[in-house]
Design a protein around this ligand. Structure first.
Ligand code: C5P
Ligand code: C5P
Ligand code: ZN
Length: 436
């Protein structure tokens, strides 16, 4: 893939010399950091550019794109190549989602699936591309690390991800993967993205867990995860494992990445969550500017992030009363208007870490999105059915934008297809049960 990146970078510079560039990117942390890396790269080259951030790439959006600019798709595009190919301009796609069809000849695609490479984030790919353009862009490696942890691609670090980590300015510590590791632990537990029954979303539960683990306040506040003694950490870990019962716990321990950000050492997972929060709540400009080091956005993002955490907690509470279709190995949650379309994916991700679900259990969450329905699919554990294929098969004749990976997939369907889709999905999920 490295050779393809070098060739793509040369072509890109050649084409962009006389035209402006339109960056089209995704609205999660990986997409935002990808766009920020490219924005900085183009700024340094003095090439004019503009950025569009999208929830997902819909057909209508593709056909609206200008044909007098170089188009650069980041962290999306692979599932829409058959539409993108019709655009009569120079097109570059840097993405890591699965490629469902043939790759058209008029598109330059950098995608690890094409080269059978390790899974690497959109921001990681964009960083490698930027570094090929100019070594000076090595200072953007930290943004690539944020994209990597945002997409949870730090579990199996291969050669390419290792290059990025080596280029970045960071400190790596092994520990409990609850974030932020740098702030008082009671809040870290209450807002944990790994589901701990009775603790996640429950401030009193979090404090009780700390008591049980022999961790008390010092000088009026709790210590941070990084400040705990090894004895405290192991007691806390044991108690968390007990609460999570039979659930796979290997994801609880791993690398904590500490990055210098506005002159403070911050947990990369926390920064990534903060960028995601801004973007998901519609403040994509704040998210982007934050990545580019804008001070004003730092304060703004703090407020938005606090608001976002409340959104997540109330959405998780709503799930208990939402309309559900349950099977032995799956649940379809239809939140309708009660959960925002932009956070339904995060809710599905958090639920997929719940100990109530056996490995391989599939969570499908749905939320209304204007006259459409946003669907997010996640799997408990790491193995099981390919979710992108499952969703695609369920869509059959329903018009939809659909895409993703083995472990996380999504689509957008017309509202009037709600019942039809749920029925088709149920059939697909039951078929899988018979096969097992
Ligand atoms: O790739 P995309 O950014 O759009 O994916 C976002 C979601 O997909 C995240 O919730 C991430 O955890 C999940 N994901 C995953 N495994 C992968 C790739 C993405 O769980 N290999
Ligand atoms: O939106 P959600 O987080 O559920 O998406 C899960 C994965 O599927 C992400 O990697 C996302 O980029 C991908 N996806 C896609 N096309 C869609 C919806 C989701 O490629 N229309
Ligand atoms: Zn991504």
């Amino acid at each position: 893939m490295e050779k393809a990146i070098i060739k793509a970078a040369q072509d890109f510079i050649e084409k962009a010399k006389n035209k402006s560039v339109k960056i089209i990117s995704h609205n999660d942390t990986d997409g935002i950091t990808s766009a920020a890396i490219m924005a900085k790269t183009l700024q340094r080259l003095d090439i004019p550019f503009s950025i569009i951030i999208l929830k997902q790439l819909e057909k209508e959006e593709i056909y609206k794109l200008p044909e007098n600019e170089v188009l650069l798709f980041l962290d999306l595009g692979s599932s829409s190549l058959q539409d993108i190919t019709k655009l009569k301009t120079d097109v570059f796609v840097i993405d890591h989602h699965e490629i469902p069809g043939e790759i058209p000849l008029n598109i330059t695609l950098i995608n690890p699936h094409k080269f059978k490479e390790e899974d690497i984030s959109g921001a990681g790919l964009t960083y490698l591309f930027a570094k090929t353009i100019n070594l000076e862009n090595k200072d953007l490696a930290n943004l690539a690390v944020l994209g990597m942890v945002g997409d949870m691609l730090d579990r199996e670090i291969g050669k390419l991800n290792n290059t990025i980590l080596n280029d970045a300015e960071l400190i790596i510590k092994k520990g409990l993967l609850l974030y932020p590791a740098t702030r008082p632990i009671n809040k870290t537990l209450e807002y944990s993205s790994i589901y701990i029954p009775g603790v996640t979303g429950n401030s009193r539960g979090a404090i009780n867990l700390l008591k049980e683990s022999g961790i008390e306040k010092t000088n009026g506040t709790y210590k941070s995860l990084l400040e705990l003694t090894s004895e405290e950490t192991s007691k806390l870990l044991t108690n968390i494992i007990v609460k999570r019962m039979k659930q796979e716990n290997s994801d609880l321990i791993g690398n904590i990445y500490l990055i210098k950000f506005f002159n403070k050492l911050e947990d990369a997972r926390e920064l990534s969550a903060r960028i995601n929060a801004c973007s998901r709540l519609g403040h994509t400009d704040t998210a982007l500017l934050l990545c580019l080091g804008d001070k004003e956005s730092l304060a703004k993002s703090e407020k938005i992030y606090a608001d976002y955490k409340q959104h997540i907690i109330s959405a998780l509470n709503h799930v208990t009363i939402a309309d559900k279709t349950e099977g032995k190995n799956y649940v379809i949650i239809n939140a309708k208007n009660e959960i925002k379309d932009t956070i339904i994916g995060t809710i599905a991700s958090i639920l997929s870490t719940s100990p109530n679900y056996e490995p391989g259990f599939i969570i499908i969450a749905m939320a209304y999105s204007g006259d459409k329905i946003k669907v997010s699919a996640r799997i408990s554990g790491r193995n099981g059915r390919n979710l992108r294929e499952l969703i695609q098969a369920s869509l059959f004749k329903i018009p939809s934008e659909c895409g993703g990976h083995q472990q996380a997939a999504g689509c957008l369907i017309p509202r009037e297809k709600e019942k039809e889709f749920i029925e088709a999905l149920k059939k697909q999920l039951e078929v899988e049960l018979v096969k097992i």
